[in-house]
Design a protein around this ligand. Sequence first.
Ligand code: FES
Ligand SMILES: [Fe+2]
Length: 373
Amino acid sequence: MDSADLRAAVLGFDPEVPIESAWMPPSSWYVAPEVHALERRAVFARTWQPVARLDELSQPGDFASGCLAGEPWVVVRGRDGELRAFHNVCRHKGREVVQGRGRAEELVCGYHAWRYDLDGALRGAPRLAGVRDFDRDAMGLVPLRVEAWGRWVFVNGDPDAPPLAPRVAPLLASLEEGGWGELTYSRSVSWELACNWKVYVDNYLDGGYHIPHMHPTLDAQIDMESYRTETFEHFSVQTCAPAGAPDGRIGYDAGARIGPGAIYAWVYPNWMLNRYGPCLDTNHVVPLGPDRCRVDYEFWFRAADGEEARRFLEESVEQSALTQREDVAICESVQVGLGSSAYDRGRYAPRVEQGEHHFHRLLARDLRRAVGP
Ligand code: FES
Ligand SMILES: [Fe+2]
């Protein structure tokens, strides 16, 4: 695909066409390495990405690191209490300076032991005797934007990006209603999928369209008639009420698991928060290549002791894993179909798939900006 083909692919979805008449983005958005490369710089390097929990970074020297869409990052709590984030790339030969998570006095690259202060400044580099025109002050770690919101730490590669908090403020309000502050982190689970990251997001945002067909035990818990999607500027929210009547497909009371209603919130481009009963789980969809992604789950629960509470927690995690296994099978099959010569693009169910259409419009805006007028 040359740059003219890439441009044509990006323009192949028109965000101005209303959902009733719109065609979905072409399959090249989901399979072409060039589109994936464009998304890395036009989307993932310019949006707020959740990378760590605040409770992991409470003490000076606490750090977390990882890699997102090809960009290694590190977040660290300074001696002055400030959170800072950097590209986790050594200024010597480009090795990742630190790996994993931990607590440190300074960030030391394991390769040749260049040492960086917690504020990113280069403190020392062994055996540089004889080097000329070496400006140590200019050789610190390259900063990333960092922001704390809710229970998490976010980074953004765009120095001019607007702050995250005002963009998602109404979301925090609706999640707080359900006792957000009392939730305790329980565990993380990651899934790797043989599909483009957008296949997973599309599936999540289809307004419950697939639930009766693919998720019998989830279908038994919720009242599909009540399923609604509401779109906002930078996020969307799907809600539904618990099933009103007992359902033979599950052996428990849906109201206990779902509570007064489930909230499935999505923040552009790739982060979900699912609030139901005493639970919150978050899903961060990390692109690994044109046809590969990883979904990082975190589970949070309202703190409660005792055997009954523990059993509820385990059952919730197991229900989520069951739903996820069903979604993995769908998404990987869709990816196979998107590579077929018989498929280019589909149509939306206008009263159901508004969330998906909204996602495609936001994405098209960023991709169009990147390829120019
Ligand atoms: S690459 Fe980091 S010290 Fe050489
Ligand atoms: Fe699903």
